[in-house]
Design a protein around this ligand. Structure first.
Ligand code: ADP
Ligand code: MG
Ligand code: MG
Length: 247
């Protein structure tokens, strides 16, 4: 049974049709890679699923865990178990990374989490990500380098344990070591057999150690090719030209 079913989804941004009858199904535990040239609409899909009000759904439906996702208020979507990492995460002075995460977990579960348990768990996740424990006490993203911001996103992923995570170019602009670290964090997330992942990336580096179940090519708002891990390799070798010319 599907975790996420996107049917004929059409989305408009600023009076422009961006997504055109897009179809995508994700089952629990699956990892999908979403590729496509710049401006194809990859981030638009993620933003639409998260309920960003700039993105106007003009057709189609989205079902998540059996419920109509498009009817869910934005603040309910994270609670329902969807997580998205952003290309440019916000800096929030006055709130530490640890408190931000603890708050988010409590919001999501509706339960208080004991400080001791929380500290133990975040220490473990920080270790997976090669982050000094002191990061957790710094203000959220303030003064973080690009790489540190991305690691902080993966830290949230590991702590929040969503059922569906959308990683939007979490690996862009990272050096080789940071890509490896982020990849290790994502691998850790994949260990949970129920956790699904949509990963938007141009980087083979992050994919090399990850399990990939399906890959999709998005061109001008529609999915023009589906495949498995070998499609990722093909794109990496030959680029998108073949798919762009097909329409
Ligand atoms: P991708 O992530 O595949 O590079 P995007 O989804 O970011 O592509 O963008 C698809 C198209 O939608 C682009 O033409 C982009 O300019 C436009 N777009 C996306 N978000 C916005 C926005 N908030 N305001 C105006 N245009 C947008
Ligand atoms: Mg882009
Ligand atoms: Mg994008």
């Amino acid at each position: 049974k599907d975790l996420l079913t996107v049917r004929d989804l059409s989305v408009r941004v600023e009076e422009k049709n961006i997504l055109k009858s897009l179809n995508l199904s994700v089952k629990p535990g699956e990892t999908h890679v979403l590729m496509g040239p710049n401006g194809a609409g990859k981030s638009t899909l993620g933003n639409t699923l998260m309920g960003n009000p700039h993105y106007e759904v003009i057709g189609g439906s989205v079902e998540f865990q059996g419920q109509n996702l498009l009817d869910l208020p934005v603040n309910e979507r994270a609670k329902a178990g969807i997580f998205m990492s952003f290309q440019n995460p916000l800096e929030v002075p006055g709130i530490s990374l640890a408190n931000f995460i603890r708050n988010a977990i409590e919001q999501r579960t509706g339960k208080r989490i004991r400080l001791w348990d929380f500290r133990k768990e975040i220490a473990k996740a920080l270790e997976v990500l090669n982050m000094d424990p002191s990061y957790a006490d710094r203000d959220l993203n303030v003064g973080f380098s690009g790489g540190e911001k991305k690691k902080a996103e993966i830290l949230q992923l590991l702590m929040l344990k969503p059922s569906l995570a959308i990683l939007d170019e979490t690996d862009s602009g990272l050096d080789v070591d940071a890509v490896r670290t982020v990849s290790r964090g994502v691998e850790e997330y994949q260990k949970d057999k129920d956790s699904a992942l949509i990963i938007i990336t141009h980087n083979m580096g992050i994919l090399s150690s990850l399990k990939v179940d399906k890959a999709h090519v998005l061109v001008k708002g529609s999915i023009v090719a589906d495949g498995d891990g070998s499609l990722v390799e093909e794109i990496n070798r030959d680029g998108f030209a073949k798919f762009e010319n097909k329409e």
